[in-house]
Design a binder for this molecule. Sequence first.
Ligand code: FAD
Ligand code: DHB
Length: 402
Amino acid sequence: MTSERTQVAIIGAGPAGLLLGQLMHRHGIEAVILEARSREYVEARIRAGVLEQGTMEVLREAGVGERMEREGLVHRGIYLCFDHVLHHIPMTELTHGRSVMIYGQTEVVKDLIEARQKAGAPLLFECEDVTVEGLEHDEPVVRYRHGGAEHELRCDIVAGCDGFHGVCRPTIPEDALTVWERGYPYAWLGILADVPPSTDELIYAYSDRGFALHSMRSLTRSRLYVQVDPDEEIAEWPDDRIWSELHQRLASDGWELAEGPILEKGITPMRSFVAAPMRYRSLMLAGDAAHIVPPTGAKGLNLAVADVTVLADALIGHLTAGSDTGLDEYSDRCLTRVWRAQHFSWFMTTMLHLDHSDDTYGRQLQRSQLRYVTTSTAAATSLAENYVGLTLEQTAPAGATP
Ligand code: FAD
Ligand code: DHB
């Protein structure tokens, strides 16, 4: 058994854990990142693709924005499609110049891993049986197995960045957490296709056959999604069936969808979930470890980045200036933003998906809402400012320390 000490033990090398590691490194704070999976697995996992302007700025300031600036695609609007007509929401025009960047989460993760390795800072893949102990004492201990040996890591703070299925949140006594949760009667089947996108900006489509989304990863790769039932198996979806659904659901007058070889496909379930507070003694939860949104608002990754920005400031205050204000305010600061994103994600999801158990009244409400956001500047502005992301100042809780 080896025993080591660090200032911050970070569990999980997703966007939250890796970005926190990068911010700690830039402020001269020691951290060790422990990840359950291999580097290859983490770098191959295809997930989100839309970065809010605030997320871009954080990555740039963290020194990992260079490839994103070169390869990312700036988008200034989205399309909503219903009744076979495309309606443009000019987000930048409606939000005083704000925009989003199309740059895959996979690429963000690769950039962060490379930065950490260049810095020579510790990041251990394939860690087994990670446990967090001693939260009642001043010095928590993280135990894990790596390379066939047992290890113990003593630290000041544990950052639980280990996603929804991680070990950190379940370490917190049940009576110390409040949980809010909602399930949905649908899931997303996502594909990555080797074909230039058939659109300049993302298309979110409402149709009688269910929701579809045309997104992209670059000028040569398309990312597309169709709504499916949550219990469907990917084997039931041969490529021809996926393209056929995409053609029908995305169909609009004078527009054609180009097909190409499918490189990857998978089904993702949907859930809304919040656990609060996001702190238990010296364990801080960040990202999916504390909250999940359905993907329709493109908020999951952006929320993880916002949490980590607040957490990094709190840790710098605690570890370099001996101030606990940031740690004490961390959960409330994050949760105000988390709940805004929860509402927006639920709103986009319920406006655009077909609930097969719903009556025709529900569908009339959806159509009315779609007509409203595509004809009223006030309604479109509300959608746009949530989509590009509110600033941290806009979502600061009343009375928080500036
Ligand atoms: P994660 O990315 O989940 O990272 C957590 C890390 O912790 C993982 O690397 C995991 O292997 C590791 N870990 C878990 N348990 C342990 C352990 N015991 N010990 C050590 N390490 C551990 N959002 C969108 O906005 N749009 C999308 O299209 C979209 N698609 C998604 C598809 C899928 C399949 C999933 C799961 C999520 C998707 N999301 C999407 C959400 C978005 O990707 C997440 O919100 C984002 O990844 C959150 O980052 P995170 O770092 O908090 O968590
Ligand atoms: C993508 C994912 C989303 O959840 C979304 O709302 C838009 C785009 C994507 O993976 O490209």
